[in-house]
Design a protein around this ligand. Structure first.
Ligand code: TXA
Ligand code: MG
Length: 336
């Protein structure tokens, strides 16, 4: 019988030495790959304009697209953003967690972080390594998803290494992300409106606030980022290529048949109608949107790696987390 191996360290368990080294990199203006419960982030000291500039450069991200500032707790979040009564209630209910609040910024937040807007995006991530890293760095961290601009978001440390390995001083490996789609981006006031559906559903937000929460359409999302209404100041999600695989991606509803051509890759929700077919990924045989969200981006990457002539992706019921999944699928299909 083989010798008993000592168990591997629990994934996401902070190794103090590794966290301290990564925090030192951040304080020195370098970038760190940071696990969160949603996707991996490319983290920089949010208060260091040169470090924030390095994030934009590494990602190839346009400067008009503002970053989310990650804090270790609500008190630290309020050092960069001015909370409103709604924000205080939402922070108490959902932080740490996959909800990003858009609030008035404080004056010392670098313009580069907010792309010159008078608002800033803040959240407290629900991942022990992210929280340990922010605490050790002693500063809030600006972190977009750690992918090249317009490509699929990373849900493992290996994904970060593939796309941005050269740009980071360290990557903390927190294992695969639990939620798998990015945080919900919510403008709190004057009325609550979701600018990007994500890991925290509208129904949960509405239940806490006791009022309806709208989902912004494309035009409203662009307008929300634009004090002047200028068409150029759009959110990244409004660019057709966001989350794009290399292969062209087409959407189908569950009722429509899968394509006959066996070379075409299929991204399925429950897998009905795919028996015996190769080049398929089934996100949740049981039809659970949370399970589907967790595996979505990795499945898309695996199918894309097969270099198929096309990927056909099945949309999911458009409620709860399904809203975020369908949003990402539409963007991957270039539909915005
Ligand atoms: O789950 C997440 O949110 C991940 C992890 C790493 O925390 N981060 C993430 O960041 O998805 P990023 O940069 O890929 O997306 C940030 C989104 C963009 O759609 C951006 O336009 C929006 O937040 N955003 C940031 N600041 C904003 C502001 N002041 N007003 C409106 N939208 C803003
Ligand atoms: Mg992103």
């Amino acid at each position: 019988m083989a010798d008993e191996q000592s168990p591997p360290p629990a994934v996401g368990n902070p190794d103090p030495g590794e966290v301290a080294a990564a925090a030192a990199h951040l304080r020195a203006g370098r970038l760190v790959g940071m696990p969160t419960e949603t996707v991996y982030g490319l983290a920089a000291n949010a208060l260091d304009p040169a470090a924030v500039l390095a994030v934009f450069t590494a990602k190839g991200r346009p400067r008009f697209d503002p970053l989310i500032v990650h804090a270790a707790d609500a008190a630290q979040a309020w050092t960069v953003a001015v909370p409103s009564p709604r924000a205080l209630r939402l922070a108490a209910a959902f932080w740490p967690g996959p909800l990003t609040l858009i609030l008035p910024r404080r004056a010392h937040v670098p313009d580069l972080v907010t792309s010159g807007l008078d608002t800033v995006a803040v959240r407290v991530p629900d991942h022990p390594l992210a929280l340990a890293l922010i605490r050790a760095a002693g500063v809030p961290l600006a972190a977009p998803s750690a992918n090249r601009f317009g490509r699929i978001s990373p849900t493992t440390a290996a994904h970060v290494r593939e796309q941005l390995g050269d740009a980071v001083a360290a990557i903390l490996d927190g294992g695969p992300c639990r939620i798998g789609v990015e945080s919900t981006v919510l403008r709190c006031d004057p009325v609550p409106i979701v600018l990007r559906p994500g890991g925290c559903t509208r129904a949960r937000i509405a239940a806490v606030l006791g009022e309806p929460v709208a989902l912004a359409d494309r035009d409203a999302r662009a307008g929300s980022l634009s004090p002047t209404g200028a068409a150029a100041r759009v959110a990244p999600g409004l660019l057709a290529s966001h989350y794009a695989p290399r292969a062209p991606l087409r959407l189908k509803t569950a009722a429509e048949p899968w394509p006959a051509d066996p070379a075409i890759a299929c991204l399925a929700f429950t897998g009905v109608g795919l028996a015996g077919r190769s080049r398929t990924e089934v996100l949740s045989p049981a039809g659970d949107p949370a399970e589907a969200a967790t595996g979505l981006f990795a499945a898309l990457r695996r199918l894309d790696a097969l270099q198929p002539p096309e990927i056909v992706a099945e949309t999911v019921p458009d409620n709860g987390l399904g809203e975020a999944i369908n949003d990402r699928l539409r963007r991957a299909a270039g539909l915005g």
